[in-house]
Design a binder for this molecule. Structure first.
Ligand code: SIN
Length: 277
């Protein structure tokens, strides 16, 4: 197995590994360390069936059950799919994951990681962008770090302030999803101890005890700061990539910038996380 970093702050590529075979304990430990250290792990050249995807992702933790079960694979419901071939009820094409976000932050214990396995890709485009919220936190002026240190954000399934609309939840799914949860705007990574900005434009409804007139510009400023190109790693997918990212210290977004006559289809699994603090 070989590893190569993909940028100065985010991402490591793994080659020479075939996850159809169970890896040794040493390999699993090295993969988990690389994941904590680099936040995005790209394991190249995997061609895995849904049960093999599950076995591979369980090397990193236990599966988190998605709030919206609409995209579950019938034959393996712990795995969901990402596809550009679904439509909103009004007929508009649905591109999952467009717009900066971190996954399921409206859960009391948001997933620590998300895994995508590329099954079918367009000839070009459809990259996933990642913004490193630890590097962005480190670059904040001290006065801003002090200002955001005590702040608590209110996360909901769909923020009324978000331009990006999610697919609606079924009645059964609504019952499982919390109305609102509270998370700090600065969180500490449980494995590395590094601090990160923890915001989510599609889920944050407001800041506890702060007027929207003050809260929304502050959130916009933090987003603008954190998503500067210098904090980004942009992943250009290759067939067979199994890519795992750390939701505790990254924002990510999909790009719908390709020919939609071509299918983009990936398997998707999330892994259980802890209470952000
Ligand atoms: C997601 O936000 O989970 C999907 C990202 C992508 O399709 O690139």
């Amino acid at each position: 197995m070989q590893m190569r970093t993909l940028s100065g702050h985010t991402g490591v590529e793994v080659t020479g590994l075939d996850l159809r075979e169970p890896p040794t304990q040493e390999t699993v430990a090295a993969l988990n360390t690389a994941f904590s250290d680099h936040s995005v792990l790209v394991i190249r050249d995997q061609h895995l069936s849904p049960p093999q995807v599950l076995a591979a992702v369980e090397l990193f933790g236990a599966v988190f059950h998605q709030h919206n079960t609409k995209f579950a694979l019938p034959e393996c419901p712990q795995i969901h799919y990402i596809s550009n071939q679904d439509f909103f009820p009004d007929g508009r094409r649905y591109i999952p994951g467009e717009g900066w976000h971190t996954d399921h932050s409206n859960d009391t214990r948001p997933p620590k990681a998300t895994v995508l396995h590329a099954v079918q890709l367009p000839d070009r485009g459809g990259d996933t962008q990642f913004a490193n919220m630890q590097a962005a936190y480190d670059a904040l002026p001290e006065r801003i770090r002090e200002r955001i240190a005590p702040l608590i954000a209110i996360h909901v399934y769909q923020s009324t302030h978000s331009a990006r609309k999610l697919m609606g939840l079924s009645e059964a799914n609504k019952e499982r999803v919390p109305n609102a949860v509270l998370h700090p705007i600065t969180r500490t990574h449980p494995e590395t101890g590094r601090k990160a900005i923890y915001i989510n434009p599609i889920r944050i409804e407001g800041i506890l005890g702060m007027d929207h007139k003050e809260a929304l510009p502050l959130l916009d400023d933090l987003l603008e700061h954190a998503t500067q190109p210098r904090f980004q790693y942009r992943h250009q997918w290759k067939p067979g990539d199994l890519t795992l990212w750390d939701n505790r210290c990254l924002l990510h977004k999909a790009n719908g910038d390709y020919d939609h006559a071509q299918t983009r289809y990936l398997y998707r699994v999330m892994l259980q996380g802890s209470v952000p603090n």
